[in-house]
Write a protein that binds this ligand. Sequence first.
Ligand code: AMP
Ligand code: MG
Length: 352
Amino acid sequence: MDSTIFEKINSLDPNKDIVALKKAANILKNDGLVAFPTETVYGLGANALKDDAIKKIYVAKGRPSDNPLIVHIADKNDIYPLVDSVPKNALILIEKFWPGALTIVLKKSSIIPKTTSGGLDTVAIRMPNNNIALALIKQCGFPLAAPSANTSTKPSPTLASHVYNDLNNKIDMIIDGGKCDFGIESTVVEVFEDSVNILRPGSITKEMLQSVVNNVTIDKAILNNNLNILAKSPGMKYKHYAPFGDIFIIDGNINNIISYILNCLEEDKKNNIKSIVIASDETIKNYSSFNTLNIGSRKDLHLIAKNLFNLLRECDTLNIQKIYIESFLEEGVGLAIMNRLKKAANYKIIKV
Ligand code: AMP
Ligand code: MG
């Protein structure tokens, strides 16, 4: 029998399901684990201020203990007890982007346990823009540490069923609040008095940050694809987002990409290898005699981000051995999409 409680909660008005909400809060008050939706991906929540609760997150996910967690709050002012101080730049970003998919890294205060911060002196904080997440944190009365609610190395969950597949019987409760709006994790920034550095790209882009603060940089580790200099955002050095099959990103002129992938699919067919191409609205008809998954229109990068992890999980359901995917321009949200894809592909990028 399943030991994990599974409950649907109304995403427009979570207080309509107050009994389920209180049940979840009670589990969290007793140092248990509850997966809940956010606008980015599903999070696996625990009391961010309690060592014993936090340790369970690392165990359930199989997450390395030096990979710090993001602390989720329900009110902008709740940041103050958690950090040393809030620089002016951070205040500007909070005013503009919270609630939202922007995680801010600052020097932590002593109430954040080192288990939450992965041993670092800093803490990552965000206020999610999701009614269920906000109502749950408010019911608890304390901040929730909540990494993505997947088994470590697997694609992040964008549906409650993804959480169920990875963590059923390993956590106390899963709240189903439908499909996540963005489908890709938050942008993570470290914030200083006079600059902002992007540690993980997300749906809040460099251009959006630049519209309100000066000196926005993208960490070298993201641009160089260099796994050895990723220590600043510890999570970025680990294998991530990977389905069981091997992913190959094909990059170059779109006509060359299509003919290269067609050749690969033909070869795989001859060799009895189960392969698939993840293509866009604009290109999918070229692959009509092979297995395909449609990621959406290239003109709508938000939709592509929203579909990405779902399709990678779909490849596992279909027992796919090789996955070919066309590359995207590394601009705007495209930077986040390519960042996740490159990790999922273990940097197997073929230039054509
Ligand atoms: P996840 O919760 O699975 O989305 O992963 C959280 C991400 O935030 C990881 O990439 C972490 O490395 C990053 N992160 C969390 N806390 C910090 C911190 N204090 N400094 C730098 N990066 C952090
Ligand atoms: Mg994660």
